[in-house]
Design a protein around this ligand. Structure first.
Ligand code: MV4
Length: 430
């Protein structure tokens, strides 16, 4: 909505009854209530959203980064209703949404993947033979999953039969699809993803990487660019691989190719996110680009041919969540009695909150993205610590104390951390 205001495009916000007071409702030129809090009755209800678009005469829908943002059926209904879905075509979402199909698609495009099964594994015999060939430990992944949901590590042959059955059952329960595939389990990797942008004319480019290794139970907490462990040579190789993956499906829009980076500096395709992501602002800061504006322009048929970026400095995002880091990050909804956001040179806050706003208990706990940009990583860390000190929230618990402590650790300062850091290192906030 902020971008549209600058572009002279009028906006309609949709909201559930739990979100009446959210800032997106006030930023919109018009707002339509689409139902009660439960997703199926509002934000996941395709007919209600299409109805809201039709009564307001909307030309296009920006799906954001949750709910229906990667729902191929929704993209298809938009298209057949004459509404431009700001994102890729339904077929592209479908191909990348099925993780085994995505894997096969990028293999054909020459993108490196972790050694694994050829296709889905259904029977125990096939599982044993394939796992022995790959070598333990292996990881069983649901093809309809993503973001780490429903994955299982198997350390030895004796555990395989039971693990396979459990994984298939859980996949069926969670996704309505029991399909699973195997990969060699990479120990303590880093999560490094590449931002791509494609237009409708066959042009694809990448905008470098984001290091999203600081996660807790598959929830990212800090993202930064550039990655402390990616040099120009590696960036070029990962960027080329990401562009090849997007080009393989004739991609359109902004997308992210997720890679695992192992201790030896080898990288492997994990999955593609066919949406703008929460952490896109760090790329915006380093590349001086409004990625949402680019999404809208390519959706309108503009070309990206001739785009040249001059990345500069270092950007870090801390996710400020309504959670209590001293109590296992349990949700902490409620009124923002005080909400003083930091500012000053190189500091950006994206939020739907304000003082007196009540964070509802219904949805994701993210209440603000605190993003800093500086010339160097060291200065960015100092700037972030300064901004975290200025950020005052009262009435609820937030992840601010967690970030203050984490940014002071030697591991973070040196950039020497991996995906096991939060879940296994014993790092806590009291
Ligand atoms: C893996 C892996 C190790 N080996 N695949 C989790 C999220 C999903 N996108 C990929 N995930 C993983 N896939 C192989 N073959 C370890 C993870 C993983 C992980 C990856 C990135 C960041 C944090 C993670 C935490 C646990 C597991």
């Amino acid at each position: 909505m902020q971008t549209c205001r600058e572009l002279g495009i009028n906006t309609v916000g949709v909201y559930s009854t739990a979100d009446r007071d959210s800032l997106h409702v006030r930023y919109a030129d018009e707002a339509v209530c689409i139902g009660p809090p439960l997703g199926k009755d509002s934000y996941l209800n395709i007919p209600r959203i299409i109805a809201a678009a039709e009564i307001t005469n909307a030309d296009a829908i920006h799906p954001g980064y949750g709910f229906l943002a990667e729902n191929a059926d929704f993209a298809e209904v938009c298209s057949s209703s004459g509404i431009k879905f700001i994102g890729p075509q339904a077929e592209m979402i479908r191909k990348m949404g099925d993780k085994n199909t995505a894997r096969e698609t990028v293999i054909a495009a020459g993108v490196p993947v972790v050694p694994g099964s050829e296709g889905l594994i259904s029977d125990v015999k096939d599982a044993q033979v394939t796992a022995e060939k790959i070598g333990f430990p292996i990881i069983i992944k649901p093809t309809a999953g993503g973001g780490g949901k429903g994955m299982r590590v198997v350390n030895e042959a004796g555990q395989l039969e039971k693990a396979l059955a459990t994984a298939q059952n859980e996949a069926q329960q969670a996704f309505g699809n029991s399909g699973v595939y195997f990969e060699k389990f990479i120990e303590t990797p880093r999560h490094v993803e590449i931002q791509v942008l494609s237009d409708q004319h066959g042009n694809t480019m990448h905008l470098g990487e984001r290091d999203c290794t600081i996660q807790r139970r598959h929830q990212k907490l800090i993202e930064e660019t550039p990655s402390p462990v990616v040099n120009e040579e590696l960036r070029t190789r990962m960027g080329d691989a990401a562009v090849a993956a997007a080009a393989a499906i004739n991609y359109e829009g902004a997308g992210t190719i997720e890679f695992l980076l192992d201790k030896n500096g080898d990288f492997y395709f994990m999955e593609m996110n066919t949406r703008i992501q929460v952490e896109h602002p760090v790329t915006e800061e380093r590349y001086s680009v409004d990625l949402v504006k680019e999404q809208i322009l390519v959706a309108a048929g503009e070309t990206i041919a001739g785009y040249v970026f001059s990345p500069k400095g270092h950007a870090i995002e801390c996710r400020i969540n309504a959670e209590d880091p001293a109590h296992s990050f349990r949700p902490s909804p409620g009124e923002l009695q005080v909400f003083h956001t930091p500012g000053g040179y190189g500091v950006r806050v994206d939020s739907h909150g304000y003082a007196s706003y009540r964070v509802p208990p219904n949805y994701d706990s993210l209440i603000a993205k605190l993003v800093v940009h500086a010339d160097t990583r060291e200065e960015a860390i100092e700037r972030m610590l300064r901004a975290l000190d200025e950020f005052i929230v009262a009435g609820i618990k937030t992840t601010i104390p967690f970030h203050k402590k984490l940014l002071e650790t030697e591991e973070f300062k040196k950039g020497k951390y991996d995906t096991g850091f939060l879940d296994n290192s014993g790092f806590t906030v009291s």
